[in-house]
Write a protein that binds this ligand. Structure first.
Ligand code: NAG
Ligand code: NAG
Ligand code: NAG
Ligand code: NAG
Ligand code: NAG
Ligand code: NAG
Ligand code: NAG
Length: 494
């Protein structure tokens, strides 16, 4: 029986291939198949790079660019709002400016029977200036329903407002232009397959990098308040565009940079006079995965990190100068990173080793404390309930950092905060190891269940098998193979 089925499938595949042009026969698939970028001689000189090191950077850039659907944010005209007539410039935040109801999924690697829409909407940057930003919505085939919930028979899909972690710093860093939406199975695919609609802001500056009036829009990396505004405005705009398909109620879920955004969002919703009164009553809760709460104590390589925050920090603090943090070589490498719009991997290779890139006394500069205040959530009132998950072996956001923030928050601002720790889990592993817990927690919120563990509670999630049996980090990333020459890579494409 099995043999017969296999034969039948092979026959279909063979028939397909034979019927086609021989140029469509299986060929080698490079990771940089859709880009032929090379650093110029001037760029190598500017950044003091050897030709050999330049070749390494080229390899990474070509991989990154090949991951972009439709050539990425600069080539996909969806992200261009510069031809928006002046009488259509928005006058308030949270409004849809451009609606792509149907996003052609063929250049994305989203799972079968999921669908996408994208919007450009109005939001504000940290100083209140109205700007455009992009977001995607990943649709389930059929909405999840909740036994015993308020609307077991609702036709709309329950909304998860998904605030992603670091995916880049420039236009092409937008998850909505990434073939796998950057977080692929970790979060958005999982949620859509479970019946949720994933409303996913890119954050301003990722996706749309030029406003309707032609001004440059920097990504205000780690300015959590700006990210939280981008998220709530994306929610408003998405619900405005899909009032029947999206529920009013929502749960916020974020990881890493987005874990801090999600936590900050809950703090904003707890303030008396915030600007989001229209959406606060539908907030059912927040899940924050591995949130940095003390940004300058991250144990990741600090060189790239200071460049990511510092490259546009003069837009927030006009007297800030990148030379306060970085050496002359560090500022030149940041300049090159700006020119090529380097991803985090590109800039990690460009902005190390630390002793050549970072000023020894950077931590003493005034801007460190000033920016920390804009970035760090915790130790404030927040709108609960909140579930915080943390890997105890996270090399980026340490267990201690999160534990301290939780302790301070619980002591000074008691509320419903469940802190779930996962032994031997790292920065991304925490997402997988805790998946059934955060999915259940979310489901309970939509089903109007009382909290299983109210108040401030801490626990550890032990593993079934011995710790040393488990895979620790991902060894693969979804690779788009949608051309006929590469169909041999997808035995599941039937
Ligand atoms: C440039 O790199 C070379 C090694 O490739 C090094 O000897 C030199 O000091 C560097 N120059 C600067 C300005 O960093
Ligand atoms: C490859 O990149 C080009 C431009 O860089 C883009 O127009 C095209 O859509 C990309 N191909 C695919 C299949 O995504
Ligand atoms: C349930 O119904 C209420 C009232 O009609 C609505 O506001 C809310 O969005 C619905 N929730 C879901 C998950 O559909
Ligand atoms: C902040 O606001 C000022 C004055 O309203 C404006 O000139 C400046 O461009 C704004 N900065 C940003 C980054 O939008
Ligand atoms: C930043 O500092 C460097 C080094 O001190 C200096 O050369 C440069 O002019 C400064 N830039 C601005 C905009 O002040
Ligand atoms: C970046 O480097 C280029 C080439 O050396 C130079 O023209 C430009 O002014 C630099 N930009 C900044 C912001 O330093
Ligand atoms: C974590 O915090 C505890 C108590 O504050 C301290 O004793 C311990 O050394 C810290 N561990 C690390 C790795 O920082």
């Amino acid at each position: 029986m099995i043999c017969l089925q296999r034969l039948a499938i092979s026959a279909i595949v063979l028939k397909l291939v034979v019927a086609q042009d021989t140029t469509l026969l299986p060929t080698i698939h490079s990771t940089g198949w859709n880009s032929s970028f090379e650093l110029s001689a001037e760029q190598l000189k500017l950044a003091n790079l050897t030709t050999d090191y330049g070749a390494i950077i080229n390899t990474i850039i070509n991989f990154d660019r090949s991951q972009l659907a439709n050539g990425g944010a600069h080539q996909d005209e969806f992200y261009d709002v510069q031809n928006l007539p002046k009488d259509q410039w928005p006058t308030e935040s949270g409004r849809t400016i451009k609606l792509q109801k149907f996003t052609d999924p063929s250049s994305f690697s989203i799972p079968p029977k999921t669908a996408m829409s994208r919007i450009i909407y109005s939001t504000t940057n940290l100083n209140g200036t109205l700007i455009p930003a992009s977001a995607y919505i990943l649709w389930p085939h059929h909405p999840k329903s909740f036994r015993g919930g308020r609307n077991a028979s609702a036709s709309s899909a329950p909304v998860i407002l998904w605030t992603h972690g670091t995916s880049g710093f420039y236009a092409d860093g937008a998850p909505s232009t990434h073939r796998g939406l950057f977080y692929e199975d970790f979060v958005p695919f999982t949620l859509a397959e479970a019946g949720y609609a994933v409303v996913a802001p890119d954050y301003a500056g990722l996706g749309v990098s030029t406003s309707w009036d032609g001004t440059f829009i920097p990504h205000q990396y780690f300015a959590s308040e700006a990210g939280a505004g981008d998220a709530l405005n994306a929610l408003r705009a998405a619900q405005e565009s899909f009032p029947k398909e999206l529920s009013d109620d929502y749960v916020v879920l974020g990881h890493s940079q987005g874990g801090a955004v999600a936590w900050t969002l809950s703090e904003i919703l707890a303030r008396k006079n915030h600007k989001f009164q229209d959406v606060v009553k539908h907030h059912l809760g927040t899940v924050s995965l591995a949130p940095p709460t003390d940004i300058f104590s991250l144990s990741a390589g600090i060189g790239p990190f200071l460049a990511w925050i510092g490259k546009d920090l003069d837009q927030i603090f006009p007297t800030f100068n990148l030379s306060d943090w970085l050496t002359p070589l560090g500022t030149k490498r940041t300049n090159l990173s700006n020119q090529v719009e380097g991803s985090q991997i590109v800039s990690s290779y460009l902005l190390s080793p630390e002793e050549e890139i970072v000023q020894p006394d950077w931590k003493e500069t005034w801007s460190v404390e000033a920016f920390g205040k804009l970035a760090n959530p915790g130790n404030m009132d927040f709108k609960g309930p909140m579930l915080v998950l943390q890997g105890m072996d996270d090399p980026v956001v340490t267990y201690n950092m999160t534990n301290n923030a939780v302790d301070k928050t619980c002591k000074n601002h008691p509320n419903d905060l469940e802190f779930l720790n996962i032994p031997k889990a790292n920065h991304f592993g925490v997402i997988n190891a805790g998946k059934q817990n955060w999915l259940r927690w979310i489901e309970d919120r939509f089903a109007s269940q009382p909290l299983a563990r109210p108040g401030c509670v801490k626990s550890n999630l032990e593993s079934l098998m011995p710790q040393e049996y488990y895979q620790l980090t991902a060894n693969s990333f979804v690779l788009w193979a949608g051309k006929p020459q590469w169909s041999y890579e997808i035995p599941t494409a039937a």
